[in-house]
Ligand binder design. Sequence first.
Ligand SMILES: Cc1cc2nc3c(=O)[nH]c(=O)nc-3n(C[C@H](O)[C@H](O)[C@H](O)COP(=O)(O)O)c2cc1C
Length: 147
Amino acid sequence: MNIGIVVYSETGNTKGVAKILKQKIEAYGHKARIEHIRADKKRKHLEIAPSTHPYDRLYFAAPVHAFTLAQPMKKYLRDLPDLPEVPVGVFVTQQFRHKIFGGMQALRYMKRMLKKRDATITASGIVHWTHPGRDRIIDEITDELLK
Ligand SMILES: Cc1cc2nc3c(=O)[nH]c(=O)nc-3n(C[C@H](O)[C@H](O)[C@H](O)COP(=O)(O)O)c2cc1C
């Protein structure tokens, strides 16, 4: 399988989780590629909006900003054409330890937008960056995303 992980990451946290996911995918003998969304400094315009073709499975990942999904990922999902019929997984990273600080809202937004594009969402997760058990949580979430 050829698997795409579409990531928006500013300080590297979400990208770091994506890299772990990529390593696990490759350990199963599949091809995986991280595709980066790039935005301007004000996060208003996308400079790079990766294509979702030709992947057999897709992941989308971004940080929580201001209690919701980071704007560049919102914009990317709003502009996304219909997806190929492939399984889709989503995850977000956030600073605070409680999902009410934006994680749930961000995931809900991602799922709603992706379902509009006919996506079948198979798994999702929130990584709380300041959680003392962060590494274990990343391990569990990336395992779950592989299912
Ligand atoms: C502008 C801005 C707003 C943020 N707002 C929140 C927030 O509302 N809730 C939260 O838990 N974390 C918040 N954070 C922290 C990020 O979600 C967290 O550090 C995330 O892991 C960063 O991911 P990245 O390194 O991939 O950019 C915010 C960070 C920034 C830069």
